[in-house]
Design a protein around this ligand. Structure first.
Ligand SMILES: [Zn+2]
Length: 264
């Protein structure tokens, strides 16, 4: 079977285990069904996710021009504390910014290799946690806009990491943590403006990834440098495909690559 199309991050459905889908324009692949099968990935060309032109991808699946132009890749996406729609101030496109920023956001703790703090729109849970490869996570506050979530995250960053160690996450080098305890200890550092939004009753969410075998020394596949790869799929975690020979393929980091995938 052969599938072809532009890569976008895998769609997921929470379950035991999580279900993963690669969605192409006219077709989709239920990736869980490829476990223990030999698949090949062939890089064909670039296609910008925004303008659809065959231009080199710069970041996040966007070409250089789109990355610096589109409201979807503005700085407030990565740095929520820069959000200004709640003040009516435009960055790149005020209507878009209002639509995304002025909605319920959650600040959470997710444990993928270590505990990290993060921000997401409420509707993106648990998708965001799955994409990060977190095996457990918990909400800390739910606030009415992105700016407030950003300032809570900034304050908590002084006391907890905001980074994931992806190698440890892929090797499943984990420590179980009591996230309820962590949340309660971090409460004192939530800025005054957001303190009324603290969530005191939520419990940990646990996520189960479809993995038969974890890589011992993960070797990232760079599809542009190595345009053809073939291997036996042994697992899916976060947005990574994990292969028998320790190769790991970050689907999200390859958004905007047009590929042909063959299942043997
Ligand atoms: Zn473009």
């Amino acid at each position: 079977m052969n599938y072809q199309g532009v890569l976008t991050k895998m769609q997921t459905e929470n379950g035991s285990p999580i279900q993963y889908y690669l969605v192409f324009e006219n077709d989709f692949l239920h990736v869980n069904q490829l476990l223990d099968k030999k698949i090949s990935i062939n890089f064909l060309r670039y296609q910008c996710l925004n303008c659809n032109l065959q231009k080199k991808v710069y970041r996040q699946g966007f070409c250089y021009d789109c990355f610096f132009d589109s409201p979807q890749t503005a700085a407030w996406i990565i740095s929520p504390e820069l959000s200004k729609a709640h003040l009516g101030i435009e960055d790149r496109d005020l209507e878009y910014e209002k639509r995304i920023q002025l909605r319920p956001h959650v600040v959470y703790l997710a444990n993928s290799s270590n505990i990290k703090v993060g921000v997401t729109r409420k509707t993106q849970l648990p998708t965001r946690w799955i994409d990060q490869g977190a095996h457990e996570a918990i909400e800390i506050v739910e606030v009415p806009n992105r700016y407030l979530a950003g300032i809570v995250e900034m304050a908590l960053k002084n006391h907890i990491s905001d980074k994931t160690n992806w190698r440890m996450m892929l090797k499943n080098d984990l420590k179980d943590e009591d996230l309820v305890d962590w949340r309660n200890n971090l409460k004192q550092f939530i800025p005054e403006e957001a303190s009324e939004y603290f969530l005191e009753n939520n419990l940990e969410t646990h996520l189960e990834f479809p993995v038969l075998r974890y890589p011992t020394v993960p070797k990232p596949l760079n599809l542009v440098k190595t345009p053809f790869y073939e291997g036996v799929l042994k697992g899916i975690k976060g947005q990574y495909l994990l292969f028998e020979d320790n190769t790991v393929f970050n689907v999200r980091a390859n958004e905007g690559c047009v590929v042909s995938i063959t299942v043997n």
